[in-house]
Structure formats: C-alpha cells, structure tokens
Design a protein around this ligand. Structure first.
Ligand SMILES: Nc1nc2c(c(=O)[nH]1)N[C@@H](CN(C=O)c1ccc(C(=O)N[C@@H](CCC(=O)O)C(=O)O)cc1)CN2
Length: 287
C-alpha cells in the first residue's frame, strides 16, 4: 500500500514539541520569543496564511504581532516599519509575507531585514550560510519537506533527488538541503530537456514549479517518494479546489509515498516558521 505523508499530523507533532521547548526557553531566559508578521495589501490567500501564522505563534507561546499595511504602501513606508522592527529588542523574528504589491521590491525588503531576525531564511547572508552548510535560519518550506522526507525514509544518503523548479524560496534551498543530506541532486526547470525522463529516475521527487498537476503518474519511478510543494487554486466541476504540481490521482498508485495538497507541505511551512522563531530568539539571547 502507498503511504500518505500527512503534513497535518507531522506538523502538529513539530508544534507540540516546539511549545515544550518554548516553555523551557522562557523559563531559562525570562524572555518570550517575539514574532512580527508584516502583510501588505489584501491578497486573500496571504491573509489566510498570516492569520494562521499569528495564531500558531500565539499557541506556541510566542508574543506575536501583525502589521497590516495598505496595498498602496510605498517602499519608504515599508522600509521604515522593517527598520523599526529590526531595532525592537522584543522582536526576535520578522517576516514580510510574499508576494508584495508590484510597486514594492521583494529583494530590497528581504535585504533590509536584520539577518539574525530573518525567520524566512531569505536574506542573502542566510542563503549563503545554507549554501555552505552552516545555516541556522532555513527557508520554512524546504525545511518542512526535509522533515517529511526524513520521517518517511530515514537516512537520505545516496538517493537521487530531483527538484522540479528553481525558485529562491523553494527550489534552490531544497536542493542545498538535499545535497547536505548526501543525496545526488538534480534541479530541472523550464529550459531542461526531457524533464519527464529525469523525473522518472528520481528516488525522491520534489515538485515546486507552480503548475497545476503538471507531473503525471508516468513521470514517477515506481516506489519513489514524492513531495508536492505546489498549492494551485483551480476550478473543477464549477468549484474552487486546491491542487498540487503533481497529478495526485495518477501518482498515488505509482509512488511509494506521497504528500497530498492540501494537508501536505503547507502546514509544515508554518510549523517550521515557529521553529525558526525559537532558533532566532535562542541565538539573540545566547541560550
Ligand atoms: N514570507 C513568506 N511568504 C510566503 C511563503 C513563505 O514561506 N514566507 N510561502 C508561501 C505561502 N505560505 C506561507 O507563507 C503558505 C502557503 C500555504 C500554507 C498552507 O498551509 N496551505 C494549506 C491550504 C490552505 C488553504 O486552504 O488555502 C495546505 O496546503 O494544506 C501555509 C503557508 C508564499 N509566501
């Protein structure tokens, strides 16, 4: 029987352990970890993610603040808020929800967040640390995928991992983490020739391309472990549905284990944000 990699269940266990670790950290340091979440505009999906982040941070025992800015916010105003949060000692983690409205520069704002408070792990200094194998703040979605993979497979050494997609948020850090876990890693993208054939060679297939159900069952090696990072809203039979980058109905019969959408990588992303926030607070208090 194929195994479903249940992100809801695994993330609940991560958060439960984290709440215990947080209690111990607060008892030892006398400091409550603080997470500031910044949302610019009214993107409905981002509103849901931010609400969930604040809710989970509070449940984990953190002080959590939400900063909502209007869709027409200027770069100067957003920069000023981030500077203020950088200088606030009660804030240990800062996160600016992406995507940002078109007038704002994502690279500029990511670079402005103090690297030690960058709980998304997107700052170039944290990206560099990850590439050289010594990062503490690791992008949340790839970290969540690694937890799922390690729980499913144990040691990943020597496995051929294929990552579909080369985004800064998922594809590139995912490849770095898989390499660190001693996988043989291939990244495929829109210019790669014969993606299908390369995917069929994967012991571990991570789909992070943002194209609904692109990866068919025939692309999956029998018994492979498939992690689906895509969260795509599509209309099916007149109803809005969320689907991944993998055609789940086909791949489920071929894969040895597969993560669903929803209920797979998504909940892990938020759980790992909580892990990063505690890590950031620990580092700042040196506990
Ligand atoms: N600053 C950041 N922005 C964005 C990130 C990020 O890690 N940092 N990632 C994504 C969005 N994201 C978190 O922010 C995220 C996406 C999806 C989920 C999730 O739990 N999805 C559910 C389904 C939710 C639904 O019903 O709509 C699931 O997959 O089960 C959590 C977090 C882009 N922006």
């Amino acid at each position: 029987m194929n195994r479903l990699i249940d992100g809801k269940k695994i993330s609940a266990a991560v958060v439960e352990q984290l709440a215990l670790d947080t209690r111990e950290f607060i008892a030892t340091s006398g400091v409550t970890p603080g997470l500031a979440v910044v949302l610019v505009g009214e993107d409905p999906a981002s509103q849901v993610y931010v609400r969930n982040k604040v809710k989970q941070a509070t449940a984990a025992g953190f002080n959590s603040t939400e900063h909502r800015l209007s869709a027409d916010t200027t770069q100067a105003d957003l920069n000023a808020l981030v500077e203020q949060l950088n200088n606030d000692p009660s804030v240990h983690g800062i996160l600016v929800q992406l995507p940002l409205p078109a007038q704002l520069s994502e690279p500029d704002i990511i670079r402005l967040i103090a690297p030690h408070k960058d709980v998304d792990g997107f700052h170039p200094l944290n990206v560099g640390a990850l590439a050289s194998g010594g990062a503490d703040l690791i992008p949340c979605t790839p970290m969540g995928c690694m937890i799922m993979l390690e729980q499913t497979l144990g040691d990943l050494s020597g496995k051929h991992a294929v990552v579909v997609g080369r985004s800064n948020i998922v594809g590139k850090p995912m490849a770095a983490l898989l390499l660190q876990a001693n996988c043989t890693v291939t990244i495929v993208h829109s210019r790669t020739q014969d993606i299908e054939a390369i995917c069929r060679e994967a012991d571990i297939l991570v789909a992070a391309v943002g194209r609904p159900e692109m990866i068919k069952g025939s692309w999956v090696k029998p018994g492979a472990t498939v992690i689906d990072v895509g969260i795509n809203a599509v209309e099916k039979e007149g109803k809005r549905r969320l689907v991944g980058d993998v055609d789940f109905s086909e791949a489920v019969d071929v894969a040895g284990a597969i993560s669903p959408v929803p209920g797979g990588v998504g909940p892990m992303t938020i759980a790992c944000l909580m892990k990063n926030t505690l890590t950031a607070a620990r580092q700042q208090m040196s506990v």
